[in-house]
Structure formats: structure tokens, C-alpha cells
Write a protein that binds this ligand. Structure first.
Ligand SMILES: NC(=O)c1ccc[n+]([C@@H]2O[C@H](COP(=O)([O-])OP(=O)(O)OC[C@H]3O[C@@H](n4cnc5c(N)ncnc54)[C@H](OP(=O)(O)O)[C@@H]3O)[C@@H](O)[C@H]2O)c1
Length: 267
């Protein structure tokens, strides 16, 4: 069996190193290249403490892509993610995006290039199965309840806001309908920002405080009743690994941009 050749950008990071361990344990995959500026020139095994993992680490995407990967995984930062992804697509790789913080405009551009080169991109704001289920339940709720808002919580150092999970959720709900506002934003008395950011038809509020771990509430309100769907992540990156491995295995069946792990799951 030919192993899938993977290039992982962000392999030394919190999420990327957990995924690198998962890929190195998988029988059907081979990690042919890793990207991390501060560890370039070393092997990934040395950096993340996995014996026998001799994957070379490169500082630049251009050098890493010379290893000719089948799938490129983007797990770095939003300011460089789009250019990494476009380079990978142009080199002929399929792409899985785990990085959060890309805009709708970024995704539109990525989709255009992916269609042009006839490759698939799977962008997943949250690879955890429980978060995928929250998205599905929220989509069901939005069909029946027209009023909702999203609150995303994270530790104080998280720079991107809203979180990838909240952005992806707003994107999905926009395919169902726009959340209704009883008081239009232009009629709000006081600072309009206190009503959150309007993202694809949903009000999204991002809390960034010490003491919080990553979680999200999708709140649906009806007269005299409400439904609160809540996802809470733990403190390790383990919950994201199996979903990311599934995305890597399935992305070559796609063409163009697809958002959400459920694009490749059966419900
Ligand atoms: N989709 C999901 O389920 C999921 C789950 C967890 C996290 N995330 C997202 O994944 C991203 C990474 O999170 P993290 O917590 O792992 O971050 P992190 O610990 O800071 O790791 C970032 C990684 O990216 C590399 N990097 C940073 N800037 C780079 C650049 N300009 N060029 C090349 N490599 C660069 C870093 O290595 P060097 O600094 O050495 O270059 C490091 O390996 C974030 O956007 C986060 O929100 C998504």
C-alpha cells in the first residue's frame, strides 16, 4: 500500500505536535516534511520527542513542498495560512486547514484557486467530534428558531477572534437563515459593539480572559424558552487528532473548498 505523504506546517506547535504524533503512529501515512521557523534544520522527532521520527523541518513552505506531499496540513497562524495554502495547491497537493482566523474573503480566494487546479481543500474550525456534533445540532435548531447568538470563550492570549469554531458555526448557520434581531443594530442605543460582531448574519461575542479554556455557546431564544448548546474543550490537543487524520484521509475525494469535518462524515 502506498502511504499518503504529508507535509505539516506548524508541526512544532501545540496542535501540530499532537497531530504529528498521530500521523507518525498511522500505518497509512508518512510525514515527509514539517514546517517551523525556529526548529528548521532539525528532525521533528528531536523537537517533539518521538524516537525514529526523522521528518526534516523546513523554515519555508517552498522548501517543504519540494518533498512533493500528497496532502499539506496548515496548522500555523492566520496571517501566513492563506499564502501557505495557495502555494501547496499550486504544487499539486490537497490541503487540510486547521488554522483558525481566516476570513470569508480568504476562503473565497482559496476556493477559486482550488477549483482552478482541480484540488480539494477541507477547512475545519474544530476537528473534535463533540464540536462537529454541536454544529449539526445548531443547524437543526436554526431551522426552527430564528433568533440566536454565539459566544466564544478562550484564554487571554488567544489573538484571533472570533474563534475558528465560532466562524465556522456562523458560516453554516448563514446557509439556513440570518439570525433575526428584534432591535436592528442601527437602532441600538449605546455602543453598537456591545451587541457583538455581525458575522454572516449572526451576532458573535468573543470573551478572552485568564482562567478560560476554549468553549463556545450557541444560544437559541424563543418566547419564554431557550436552548443553549455548549461545547467545552479540555486542555490537551488530543481531541483534534482523530478528526484531523480523517480529514487527511478523505480530502483527496474533494474538489474546491469544503468547510467542516462533516463534509467527509456520514450522518
Ligand atoms: N481546527 C482545530 O480543531 C484546531 C485545534 C487547535 C488549534 N487550532 C488552530 O491552529 C492554529 C495553531 O494553534 P497552536 O495552538 O498549535 O499554535 P502554536 O502552538 O503557537 O503553534 C504554531 C506553529 O506554527 C508555526 N508558525 C508560526 N508562525 C509561522 C510562520 N510565519 N511560518 C511558518 N510556521 C509558523 C510555529 O513554529 P515557528 O514559530 O517555529 O515557526 C508552530 O509550529 C491556531 O490558528 C489555532 O487556533 C485549530
Amino acid at each position: 500500500m502506498n502511504k499518503l505523504k504529508i507535509c505539516l506546517a506548524g508541526a512544532s506547535g501545540w496542535a501540530g505536535s499532537a497531530l504529528a504524533r498521530g500521523i507518525s503512529d498511522a500505518d497509512d501515512m508518512e510525514l515527509v516534511a514539517a514546517i517551523s521557523r525556529s526548529h528548521a534544520g532539525k528532525t521533528l522527532g528531536e523537537v517533539i520527542g518521538v524516537q525514529g521520527l526523522n521528518t526534516p523541518i523546513f523554515a519555508s513552505v517552498e522548501d517543504a513542498l519540494k518533498t512533493d506531499p500528497d496532502v499539506f496540513v496548515e496548522y500555523t497562524k492566520p496571517d501566513v495560512a492563506k499564502s501557505h495554502v495557495l502555494s501547496a495547491l499550486k504544487s499539486g497537493a490537497y490541503v487540510v486547514i486547521g488554522t483558525s482566523g481566516l476570513s470569508v474573503k480568504d476562503y473565497d480566494e482559496i476556493n477559486k484557486v482550488a477549483q482552478e487546479v482541480n484540488r480539494g481543500v477541507l477547512a475545519v474550525g474544530n476537528f473534535a467530534l463533540t464540536a462537529v456534533l454541536l454544529q449539526k445540532f445548531a443547524e437543526m435548531a436554526a431551522k426552527y428558531i430564528p433568533h440566536w447568538e454565539i459566544i466564544d470563550y478562550a484564554h487571554a492570549e488567544k489573538k484571533d477572534a472570533p474563534s475558528g469554531t465560532a466562524r465556522e458555526l456562523a458560516n453554516r448557520l448563514s446557509n439556513i437563515q440570518e439570525a433575526k434581531l428584534e432591535v436592528p443594530l442601527e437602532e441600538v442605543e449605546g455602543p453598537k459593539e456591545s451587541r457583538g460582531a455581525r458575522l454572516q448574519g449572526t451576532q458573535v461575542h468573543s470573551i478572552r480572559l485568564p482562567g478560560y479554556i476554549i468553549s463556545v455557546d450557541a444560544i437559541f431564544g424563543m418566547p419564554d424558552q431557550k436552548l443553549i448548546l455548549r461545547h467545552e474543550a479540555g486542555s490537551s490537543a488530543e481531541p483534534y487528532v482523530s478528526g484531523a487524520l480523517l480529514a487527511i484521509r478523505e480530502v483527496s475525494n474533494l474538489v474546491g473548498l469544503h468547510r467542516g469535518l462533516d463534509s467527509v462524515m456520514k450522518f
